[in-house]
Write a protein that binds this ligand. Structure first.
Ligand code: AMP
Ligand code: ZN
Length: 134
């Protein structure tokens, strides 16, 4: 595994001895740990889905890995199976909320709107959407 911000990482072992990593000042690591409250809608061994605090659609859920990576590509390099799990969880949440159609967004980098540097996919659904996005 490769971490750009390895100097700020602390590592710990999960219940099953699997390598886990958290960044101490990361908001989404704190949500995963239960240290910051969130409206969690779906959990798996490797991912957590919770409602975006500033919803942009009737369903706006963020799906995050439990392990800390800065963006989708770094997660894909470090843990491809968990990357796929994010998409499976997003599909399950969309189905559970009654949406056959939905949009998934991974912002990567400040200039395209990434504000939290812990990998997350936005699940947006429940209204018509235009293309291209702004
Ligand atoms: P991005 O701009 O792609 O990095 O997405 C970060 C998202 O996190 C934004 O849509 C924010 O509204 C959302 N967000 C920020 N803080 C919280 C929080 N405490 N709970 C839930 N969502 C949050
Ligand atoms: Zn994190």
């Amino acid at each position: 595994m490769e971490f750009r911000d390895s100097m700020t990482l602390e590592t710990r072992r999960g219940a099953k001895g699997r390598h886990m990593a958290a960044a101490p000042d990361c908001l989404f690591c704190k949500i995963v740990a239960g240290d910051v409250p969130a409206e969690v809608v779906h959990v798996t061994e490797h991912a957590v889905a919770f409602r975006d605090i500033n919803a942009q659609a009737p369903t706006h859920v963020l799906v995050v890995p439990r392990v800390h990576y800065r963006n989708a590509a770094e997660l894909a390099h470090g843990d491809p199976e968990v990357t796929a799990e994010l998409l499976r969880v997003a599909a399950a949440v969309a189905e559970a909320e009654g949406h056959a159609d939905y949009r998934l967004v991974f912002n990567t980098g400040e200039s395209v709107g990434q504000t939290v540097f812990h990998t997350h996919v936005h699940l947006l659904a429940g209204r018509a959407m235009t293309w291209p996005p702004g």
